[in-house]
Design a binder for this molecule. Structure first.
Ligand code: GLY
Length: 280
């Protein structure tokens, strides 16, 4: 059976950094190459977690270290993991001062109550060994001081392993300048969903993604028999009709993949037995 992983680093036009496309290509290419090795050795869960940890750790991306800063000067991060094989969603909403929100989301997949929010998510992380970590960077502080009110960028990964398991993982620092307490799509099924047939991770404006229920809409269409490209395109076209801004990566049980967006350019890379491909 084929193995495949796709990762994304948001939509280029929603980023406000001076980074070049070459820097994104290099970062995403390195991460997807390493994550594909992990996929072959340890399966889809390990691979999506490794990919999102690496994306959270790179300041280039709006997740983990280098997350955007909210209106009150704080960083609050959201992340989720969806196990499509066992049908388990877990996530953290507005967690603070942890290095890798996605690993807290993964730890929560073992719990009866698998989505936690705010201070109590942070407290849960501390009580399960996640050390305090400062996610602020010089770049984001400058961006915040300039009064930046952002669109939204996200990171994510979807993977299919050689026993047919599909996983999706997504993480974000939010829009920047948002009202404290805002809930991102990234720790909801609208923005991060997988089942036994398809896995989807979204990026873009969370309110748009939630309002259209993007990932479950794609999954339902795929489950009801549409090809992956059609299931995604139909959903993107609905988003365009509402003037929404989002993109997504999707991967199905056959190993078919699709990357699409309502506008702009999704920053992605994918790896399979055929090699590595990036968004350029
Ligand atoms: N898509 C991430 C967010 O809107 O927060």
């Amino acid at each position: 059976m084929t193995t495949r992983i796709i990762i994304h680093g948001g939509i280029k036009e929603f980023e406000n950094v001076q980074a070049t496309e070459a820097e994104y290509v290099r970062a995403l290419g390195d991460i997807v190459r390493n994550s594909h090795q992990i996929l072959k050795q340890d399966g889809a869960r390990a691979a999506v977690l490794a990919a999102v940890v690496a994306l959270e750790d790179r300041e280039l991306f709006n997740a983990g270290t280098g997350s955007r800063i909210q209106a009150d000067g704080e960083i609050r991060m959201s992340a989720s993991l969806m196990d499509g094989y066992h049908n388990i969603f877990s996530g953290v909403i507005n967690i603070q001062y942890v290095k890798n929100p996605i690993l807290v989301a993964a730890r929560l997949s073992q719990e009866k109550h698998s989505v936690l929010a705010g201070d109590l998510a942070t407290r849960y992380a501390r009580s399960h060994g996640f050390q305090s970590h400062n996610p602020f960077t010089e770049h984001r502080l400058r961006e915040h001081m300039s009064g930046y009110q952002g669109l939204s960028a996200t990171v994510g990964a979807v993977a299919l392993d050689d026993v047919g398991q599909l996983f999706a993982a997504t993480s974000t620092g939010g829009t920047g300048g948002e009202t404290p307490g805002r809930v991102s799509d990234s720790a909801t099924v609208a923005g991060n969903y997988a089942c036994d047939q398809v896995a989807i991770s979204c990026t873009g404006i969370g309110e748009n993604i939630v309002s259209l229920s993007v990932a479950p809409r794609v999954a339902t269409r795929r489950l009801e028999g549409l090809g992956l490209q059609q299931a995604v395109r139909k959903t993107i076209e609905e988003g365009v009709r509402y003037g929404y801004h989002f993109g997504l990566i999707a991967l199905d049980q056959n190993g078919d993949c699709c990357i699409d967006q309502t506008q702009g350019k999704t920053l992605f890379a994918e790896a399979s037995e055929q090699g590595v491909r990036t968004f350029t």
